[in-house]
Write a protein that binds this ligand. Structure first.
Ligand code: HEM
Length: 224
């Protein structure tokens, strides 16, 4: 009896912690994007579009596209799953568009300044991230047009989509973190602001990892 009460209290504490963590992630991913808008002042130069569009794509759009499925932190928790799916596609479509735009801006800026391409870890991982997010979106087509993947169950497709989506998200967070190590960013902010900025992709990565892994381990437990 006492043990039952204890585990109930424990479960409530976990739920509460996850709700707070998800709410904090919403705040941080919006704050990070707004901060980069102020810092880069999009439109002030060709380069300025790069940090702006990339933070919009990977800090705001992709985080929100995944968080909307969270049972603790979704702003549209009560909506039908199908509606959530549609909003997810729209946000992911915008994410890919911004990522391609951000890549085009930095690549063209380097071309105009006669600088070599993809020479830093950030540039290299960034390029891989943009290719992977594009592939991930294409590979998601069978979830809508199931006839494209004959012989694959929808449950299996969803599991692969979630697992590869998590890898893509972690690539995005790593590229953001490496972007924060660029001389442009480190030269523009104090070390205190740098650590606060780095906290945003780091914390979001932990919360999203927890959300995706828990959803799929729970489903597996129900299936077995
Ligand atoms: C996930 C998000 C991001 C991706 C996928 C990404 C991708 C890239 C790529 C592919 C390049 C190399 C382009 C070339 O060599 O032609 C690059 C360069 C650059 N990025 Fe990003 N970026 C991201 C976020 C950021 C952020 C948030 C900042 C600033 C805070 C930033 C700052 C820079 C700078 C200064 C360069 C030029 C120097 C270098 O090549 O390392 N990036 N980025």
């Amino acid at each position: 009896m006492v043990q039952g009460k204890e585990s109930e209290a424990e479960a409530r504490l976990y739920r509460c912690t996850r709700t707070v963590a998800a709410a904090l992630t919403h705040v941080l991913c919006i704050a990070f994007t707004v901060f980069l808008v102020f810092l880069s002042r999009p439109g002030s130069s060709l380069f300025s579009w790069h940090p702006f569009l990339m933070s919009l794509a990977f800090s705001f759009l992709m985080t929100e596209a995944i968080l909307l499925f969270s049972s603790h932190g979704s702003p549209i928790r009560k909506f039908a799953h199908k509606t959530k799916g549609r909003i997810h596609w729209a946000l992911q479509g915008l994410c890919v568009t911004c990522a391609v735009g951000g890549l085009a801006a930095i690549a063209y800026n380097k071309h105009l300044n006669d600088k070599p391409h993809f020479t830093s870890w950030h540039g290299l991982l960034g390029l891989i991230t943009v290719c992977v997010v594009g592939l991930q979106s294409l590979a998601a087509a069978p979830l809508i047009y199931h006839s494209l993947a004959k012989g694959w169950s929808l449950a299996k497709l969803k599991r692969y989509h979630a697992a590869s989506g998590l890898v893509t998200y972690l690539l995005g967070c790593s590229s953001l973190l490496l972007g924060l190590c660029s001389t442009w960013f480190t030269g523009s902010v104090s070390s205190y602001i740098w650590y606060l900025s780095a906290l945003c992709p780091a914390l979001s990565a932990l919360v999203i990892m927890d959300q995706v892994s828990r959803t799929y381990t729970a489903k597996k437990r129900l299936q077995s």
